[in-house]
Design a protein around this ligand. Sequence first.
Ligand code: PLP
Length: 384
Amino acid sequence: MNQHAPVSSIAFIDLEAQRHRLGRAIDDAVGRVLTHCQFINGPEVGQLEAELAAFCGAKHVVSCASGTDALLMVLMAKNIGPGDAVICPSFTFCATAEVVALAGATPVFVDVDEATFNIDIASLVRGIAAARKTGLKPKAIIPVDLFGQSADHDGVAEVARAEGLFVLDDAAQSFGATFKGQKLGTLADATTTSFFPAKPLGCYGDGGAIFTDNDELAQTLRSIRVHGQGSDKYDNVRLGLTARLDTVQAAVLREKLKIFDDEIAARDVVAERYAQALGNIVDVPRLMAGNTSTWAQYTVRVPGGHRAALAAALKARGVPTAIYYPKPLHRQTAYRHFPVAADGLPVSERLSGEVLSLPMHAYLDEPTQARIIAAVGDAMAEIA
Ligand SMILES: *Cc1c(COP(=O)(O)O)cnc(C)c1O
């Protein structure tokens, strides 16, 4: 605890409150694993996969060790590698593009939409052209459903169909969200998510999953997950990884999945209160018509160069904030040599200078949120 905080400190994401709510259920679930001792591929892993499939409507769920492994495994399964281009937005977490480079392929960065922060379809088309122009073979698109909101999957699918590209949806932040009434997990050729503790559905360590309706792809992914195994463990038919989800994490996730719908509804209430109270003070997030969000982050825009001042003023008032993301990937040292869509990525660059994420979780009670809202109002009155 910071003894200089003027008032009791506010959590940015409150994992303790959720832990308290789940109480004995989690202890018992973990205790059962400690009793049966099947730490790898225990019964909870298959049970969780079936429950996740039922939750989102995907035919196959392949659990794995992280959201990053999930993305990499799909690229490996599709034999995407040197000479291939994978188009992805620049305004995202680095893992989206990192896996493309790790697979030996080339990430080609495109811009995002000003309102939703998700992949811009016109820029996507320009990115595919840029890839071809540099002699690369476009193979796949990785749209990202950023901050909990679904990308424009109709727009992406139309371009993918016309260009013959595979769509790998990075839903690390947005599993549980819907696009036109359909849950993410079913809107692309393959969808991945992350169970990192701070994600809307998080475990107590690292974890991830892949969703697909494609039987052959699911079978290949199950092989890649265990060193490319064939008919048995010591039959190696391809290169793979050690990318299994631990049984303990599956047991934790099964308990958390039971309250996930309820938590998403609670996050929606928090988002609605923010939108009502802050809509005239900062630029609040907007959902595309037909979208629901899991509100992985509640990210506002602070134009006019006032972001740093607002973050500092909030910190002084005991309100934590975060910047996702301070630099678009095409400006990062590790990624700036990769191609970008013609006309540049002005929206990604503008957003990285203006975004600020406020505390958001399912257990943010009204009095605490009122304190945050008042702090934003007071700070902005001081600054602007
Ligand atoms: C968190 C995240 C990932 C990676 O997930 P890990 O489980 O941490 O490997 C990938 N993409 C996006 C957009 C993310 O937010």
